[in-house]
Design a protein around this ligand. Structure first.
Ligand code: UDP
Length: 240
C-alpha cells in the first residue's frame, strides 16, 4: 500500500491518501492536545500506544458485529482504514458523570448514572464543540433523521461491548466519544464507526482506586500520561 499525500492533519493524527481512493492511512503522532487545541505537548510513544489500543478495540467491536472503518495495522504508528464521508458531530456516551457534563449541570464528578446517557456535540474547535440536539443536526442538515437514530443506537451498542470488557480489566468506562461516517465504497449504505477509540477520547478510571488512566492525566497535569495509557493496554491484553 503506497502512502501518498497528506490529506488532513488533525491534533493527534495525520490522514494520508493511498494509491486506492477508497483507502486511507491514519498516522498516529506523538502529539497530544486539550481544550480545543489550546494546550499542546508531545509525548514519546503515544502514537504507537494509541495505534495499538485502537486496533485492538476496533477488532473486538468487529467481532461483536459493530462495523468500523478500521481494516488493519500497517506498522506501529499507522493503520489502514476505509475512506469515509464523516458526519460532523461527536457522539458521547456517559456511564458516570464527569468532564463537561459535570461542569454544565453543576454535578459532582463521579456520580454514577442510572443508565447510559447520550449526547451529541457539533465538531467545531472554533465553536468549542457545542452541545446540540437531534433537531439542530437534522434541521441544519448535518445528518438525516435515520443517521441520527443510527448513531445513537450504535453508540449504545459500543457501550454494551466495551463497558463489560473494560470492567473485566478492572477499568471503569466512564465516558467516551465516537464519530461515524459513510464509507465511500458503500454509497447509501449504513453508517460505520470512524476515527479512533483510545484513552485520548474516553475516560477510564481504575475500578478500585478511581485513578485516572486517560487523557485527563494530561488535561489536569497529573503526570505519567503514557505510563497510564500503557497500563490500560497491559490490562486489556493489547500487545505493545
Ligand atoms: N471527547 C473527545 N473529544 C472532544 C470532546 C470530548 O474525545 O472533542 C471525549 C472526552 O475525552 C471524554 C468524553 O468525550 O472521554 C466526554 O467529554 P466531555 O464532554 O466531558 O468534555 P471534556 O471535559 O473532556 O472536554
Amino acid at each position: 500500500m503506497e502512502t501518498r499525500k497528506e490529506l488532513y492533519r488533525g491534533k493527534a493524527k495525520t490522514v494520508y491518501a493511498t494509491d486506492d481512493p477508497l483507502r486511507l492511512v491514519m498516522h498516529y503522532r506523538d502529539d497530544v492536545s486539550a481544550f480545543d487545541g489550546v494546550k499542546l505537548a508531545r509525548l514519546d510513544g503515544k502514537g504507537e500506544t494509541n495505534n495499538r489500543i485502537n486496533a485492538w478495540v476496533m477488532e473486538r467491536l468487529t467481532e461483536a458485529g459493530i462495523r468500523s472503518h478500521f481494516i488493519r495495522m500497517l506498522n506501529e504508528r499507522e493503520s489502514l482504514v476505509r475512506a469515509m464521508k464523516m458526519v460532523p458531530v461527536e457522539c458521547v456516551v456517559r456511564n458516570v458523570c464527569a468532564g463537561s457534563m459535570a461542569k454544565r449541570y453543576g454535578i459532582e464528578e463521579g456520580r454514577r448514572l442510572p443508565e447510559p446517557l447520550f449526547e451529541f456535540f457539533l465538531k467545531s474547535d472554533a465553536l468549542h464543540d457545542p452541545l446540540v440536539n437531534d433537531d439542530h443536526i437534522r434541521i441544519l442538515g448535518w445528518a438525516s433523521a435515520a443517521d441520527i437514530a443510527r448513531m445513537r443506537e450504535l453508540s449504545y451498542r459500543v457501550n454494551d461491548v466495551l463497558k463489560p470488557m473494560f470492567a473485566g480489566a478492572g477499568i471503569d468506562l466512564v465516558d467516551y466519544k465516537l464519530e461515524f461516517g459513510h464509507p465511500l465504497d458503500e454509497p447509501g449504505g449504513d453508517l460505520v464507526l470512524g476515527d479512533e477509540f483510545t484513552p485520548d477520547g474516553c475516560r477510564l478510571w481504575d475500578a478500585k482506586t478511581g485513578e485516572k488512566l486517560d487523557k485527563d492525566r494530561f488535561r489536569r497535569d497529573l503526570g505519567e500520561v503514557i505510563e497510564h495509557y500503557r497500563e490500560v493496554a497491559r490490562r486489556l491484553g493489547v500487545p505493545l
